[in-house]
Design a binder for this molecule. Structure first.
Ligand code: CDT
Length: 322
């Protein structure tokens, strides 16, 4: 029996530093209304969807950044999203900055069932950027200052999504998409739908050489399409896009099938809903043939993947003597 689902990436345009959460949440509710009109069953919002991409702003006193974080979900500010989900019967993925009751800080994503229950939570593992103010950079990227490395691994859960019955869902957050290891850990749990939000500057701010503008988008798509293909999963990748207080983030949100094909792509750098009708049965071809892990993986040759972090120099070749 076909396991069909109508899914959406709800791309957000820019959120300025001075704008409160109610501005973003109002826009997100409008996107959920549009999703309802198009028969969507699950909506994916971006990483850190409720505020501007605040890791670009340096705070000497780390606690001065705490106002960007959520201490509960739902909260007064996010309640309208939960109400819209219930009203329209739509599940949603939300990226947000999480401060736990113990005072720990994470870059987090949650998948919320239309009933309002949090089905799955993920905390970002690959934190890009730096922890201290970097005078060389034109714009700071202080994720390593404001967040701890996620402590939940890469979980996948089998849970009801829309009319498709149970679906194996997993999540990645922004920079995670560039790491094949992260995708593979999801693939090893038979993931069928990866939800992924991102905030990616259009320019590489490291200033260590020029990276062409269009290549930034290529690298994002390349990573997502490869991750989907190599792990036989659908992916919904949603940007926060546009110019936030003079700093540009690219859009180009995409929905990708298990063959690595782009099914839908955003064309603006603003609030935009893109949708696709997916058949989860499509995941079977890859996982039963070329990416049948049980039949073809060779873990005895992969020791370096978990045993080593940085790259080592290779053994130097020497010509045979005599
Ligand atoms: N938010 C986030 O993780 N952004 C990073 C920017 C890194 S610059 C290469 C990303 O990987 O998109």
């Amino acid at each position: 029996m076909p396991r069909r689902l109508t899914v959406a990436a709800a791309q957000l345009g820019p959120i300025q530093k001075a704008e409160g959460r109610e501005v973003a949440v109002g826009r997100m509710v409008r996107l959920m209304e549009a999703a309802h009109r198009r028969g969507v069953e699950v909506v994916v919002f971006p990483e850190l969807a409720l505020t501007t991409f605040f890791p670009r702003w340096y705070e000497e006193d780390r606690a001065a950044a705490d106002h960007w974080f959520e201490t509960s979900l739902p909260s007064n500010a996010t309640a309208p999203l939960f109400e819209a989900a219930r009203k329209y019967g739509i599940g949603f993925h939300l990226g947000y900055a999480e401060k736990t009751p113990e005072g720990r800080h994470f870059n987090t994503a949650a998948y919320v069932h239309p009933s309002g229950e949090v089905v799955l939570k993920y905390r970002k593992v690959h934190l890009p950027g730096h922890a201290e103010h970097d005078p060389v950079r034109r714009v700071q990227h202080l994720e390593k200052r404001y967040f701890e490395v996620g402590d939940l691994g890469f979980p996948v859960v089998r849970a009801p999504v829309g009319g498709a019955g149970p679906v194996n869902i997993g999540m990645l957050i922004c920079n995670d998409r560039r790491w094949p290891e992260a995708w593979r850990v999801l693939g090893l749990q038979s993931v069928e739908l990866v939800m992924l939000g991102y905030n990616t500057p259009s320019l590489n701010m490291d200033n260590r050489g020029f990276e062409a503008h269009h290549l930034r988008v290529l690298h994002s798509h390349l990573s997502i399409q490869a991750g989907c293909y190599q792990n036989a999963t659908f992916g919904i990748a949603t940007a926060k896009a546009g110019v936030e207080d003079g700093h540009e983030l690219f859009g180009h949100s995409i929905i990708v099938n298990p063959q690595g094909e782009i099914m839908a792509q955003a064309t603006s750098w603003d609030d935009e809903l893109i949708t696709a009708d997916i058949d989860l049965g499509m995941c079977r071809l890859g996982r039963e043939t070329i990416f049948n892990f049980a039949a073809h993986r060779r873990v005895e040759a992969y020791g370096r993947i978990t045993g080593q972090t940085g790259a080592e120099a290779p053994r130097a070749w020497e010509p045979a003597r005599g």
